[in-house]
Write a protein that binds this ligand. Sequence first.
Ligand code: XMP
Length: 320
Amino acid sequence: DWTMGAYKEEAIRRIREQVGPHGRVICGLSGGVDSSVAAVLIHEAIGDRLTCVFVDHGLLRLGEAEEVVTMFRDHYNIPLIHADESELFLSALEGVSDPEEKRKTIGRLFIDVFQKHAAEAGGAEFLAQGTLYPDVIESVSVTGGPSVTIKSHHNVGGLPEKMGLKLVEPLRELFKDEVRELGRELGLPERFIGRHPFPGPGLAIRCPGEITREKLEILRRADAVFIDQIRRHGLYDEIWQAFAVILPVRTVGVMGDARTYDYACALRAVTSVDGMTADYYPFSHEFLSETANRIVGEVRGINRVTYDITSKPPGTIEWE
Ligand code: XMP
């Protein structure tokens, strides 16, 4: 009978077979569960012939870059290149407001950055990705319907052949809960395994309209307060994904006896099994008003908070 332990052994065998006895692999680490599990699995299979690259595209959450680097250097001993490329990405995104254009810009730059670091890492021929089964199907078509791209996930397909790297995707058959199970099998800490998914294009798709450094900074702080609230109330593990979105609109408010004219934000929290469908999380009114008060009180630049109660479908989880 089927166990995750047996699956792990089989996955390791297949990685060795694909990569061969001397092949080198480069892996993009996002800090999320998927790429982390892929990296640790591949490290078990081929050891130091794996190099991980953590690309900081300037679209990460508060403290996230430091957290990921510390985590992998301290706990895993996996060779890690920390590529701070935020200037490159943020300049390229200036003036871009169309969601697909954002995704394509980020995807294209990722490829450039990877090519550069793959060359530096002693000529890797393989690129590892933590692509999951739902990523594969959602990017290809809507099941049962015409072939329509909802969102072009930059970590699936679209990688031009000119990149010259072959793909290693050991999680391609798995759903999220199975990846977590595999992560446990590989000994990853529970705190890490339980992390909510975070999209490759990062905060870019949580900042509808044009992305500015100012908006990103406000968004980071609002998001951090929201997640802190969720943790304090012991709700983190009940929720599939939770985050803030900064809206491209300023609204009028009043603070003390002064008028404010600041950004509005939306909070999104959903339950889901695999990300393909989702329901909004039914927070209590007390939780919502406490959170709204904290965000407006603690985050300069936000004076209005809304809660997104759309399920998927018809809404998607991310706003873009
Ligand atoms: P949507 O917004 O399509 O999201 O309902 C479903 C799940 O996918 C994540 N997501 C992405 N993950 N690259 C990723 O790695 C992407 O471009 C991307 N877009 C969405 C989203 O966070 C949710 O978990």
